[in-house]
Structure formats: C-alpha cells, structure tokens
Design a binder for this molecule. Structure first.
Ligand SMILES: Nc1nc2c(c(=O)[nH]1)N[C@H]1C(S)=C(S)[C@@H](COP(=O)(O)O)O[C@H]1N2
Ligand SMILES: [Mo]
Length: 202
C-alpha cells in the first residue's frame, strides 16, 4: 500500500470511536437522552440535604452549602444505559462518595441510594467507594439540569446508568443487600455493562 493511501485510510473520521470503549450490545450516541420513571422533582436548594443513614449514632447529613464546601473533582467518563445507548466522554463535577463516607463511621457492605420521587437503587459499598462514584452536581461545566438529576445525582459510570440515581438525597447503609426500584422489576442486581448484566439471570 502506498504511503498516500495509508495516510488516507489512517485518518480517523470524526465519528470514529474506539470499539474497545463500547460494551457489548451498546451503540454510541451524541445525544443525552432523558430516562425517568416519573416526573422530575423540584426541590429547592434551601430544603436540600444529602444523608447517610444507618450508621447508628454517626448518621450524617450535609446541606447544599456544606456539600459545596467539600473538595470536588472534575471527571470525564463514558456512561452506558441498559436501553443500549452509550455516551462517551461525559464531563461532570462532583464530590467523591469516599469524601462523604470518610466523615461517617461505617462498616456495612451495601448501600441503597434514595431519591426525591421515591426511586431507589442498590449497590455494594465497594462500588461507590475507592474513587468509583460521585455525587455529581455539574454537567459540562454547568449546574446539572433537573431532567438529568439536578441538583445532584449519583454518578457510578462503571455500572449501567440506572445505578446513577437522579435527584439522589442519600444513602442507606445496609448489612444485607436490598433490591432497588428497577432491580425489583427484573433488572440485574449488579448491572455490569461489560458482562451485559441487563436483566436478572444475565
Ligand atoms: N431518581 C431516578 N434516577 C434515575 C432514573 C429514574 O427514573 N429516577 N432512571 C435511571 C435510568 S434507567 C437511567 S438510564 C438514567 C438516565 O439518566 P439521564 O436521564 O440523565 O440520561 O438515570 C437513572 N437514574
Ligand atoms: Mo436506563
């Protein structure tokens, strides 16, 4: 092959994506679809708190102002929805769940995230710690829009996006695992996109 044609074929089209970043059965979209099981709640920041419950006497809650005072991180991650769309290089700002839990004495193995509107989702504690999950409050450098979970949502990019609870208001620390909203309706309990854990039994 001549150097000229090699150069031509080697040029990446703008839409080309690295296949190794796409979990099985997913397609890439540039859109940011909105998927909500109910209406978008609107909780004023004055009445907003984030709580970690179930740690006994060390239960803790942060107001919005207290959350804003914590160190936050800018993260760029790929997200994967169980309905098969993936969105690459999404950019968020949030407080690491490690930062919140470091202020709580806990030794539970599971969490159940709870939200305005009643949505819940369950995760092993190990999946929301060790730098793998955030309480995200900005998207693309702007306040997180209400339809995408604002004022704040859980961001757990290594699991299917239903685990990234929108309008999240806290975590219940649990000794035993408890299925959340979609997990009770037949979604996989864990939801690893790389193992295509879409539904119970996958
Ligand atoms: N509170 C709440 N969080 C939620 C949901 C929901 O219905 N309610 N839907 C989940 C699902 S199934 C997906 S795919 C993502 C969608 O997030 P998006 O609307 O920002 O794309 O939010 C997840 N978090
Ligand atoms: Mo989803």
């Amino acid at each position: 092959m001549s150097p000229v044609s090699r150069g031509f074929h080697g040029r990446r089209r703008e839409s080309a994506v690295d296949a190794a970043r796409i979990p099985p059965g997913q397609y890439v979209t540039a859109d940011f679809p909105v998927l909500s099981a109910g209406p978008t709640p609107h909780t004023g920041l004055d009445n907003w708190t984030f709580s970690v419950r179930g740690a006994g006497s060390t239960d803790q809650a942060w107001t919005w102002a207290e959350l804003m005072d914590l160190p936050s991180e800018q993260v760029t991650v790929d997200v994967h929805c169980v309905t098969r769309w993936s969105k690459l290089d999404t950019s968020w700002r949030g407080v690491s769940i490690d930062t919140l839990l470091s202020q709580v004495a806990e030794d539970s193995r599971f969490v159940l995230a709870f939200c305005d509107g009643g949505y819940t989702t369950n995760l092993p504690l190990a999946d929301v710690t060790n730098g793998r999950a955030w309480l995200a409050f900005e998207y693309d450098g702007k306040p997180l829009p209400p339809e995408h979970g604002g004022p704040a949502r859980l961001l757990v990019p290594h699991l299917y996006f239903w685990k990234s609870a929108k309008w999240v208001r806290g975590l219940d620390l649990l000794a035993a695992d408890e299925p959340g909203f979609w997990e009770r309706y037949g979604y996989h309990n864990y939801g690893d996109p790389w193992r295509e854990q879409r539904y119970a039994g996958d």
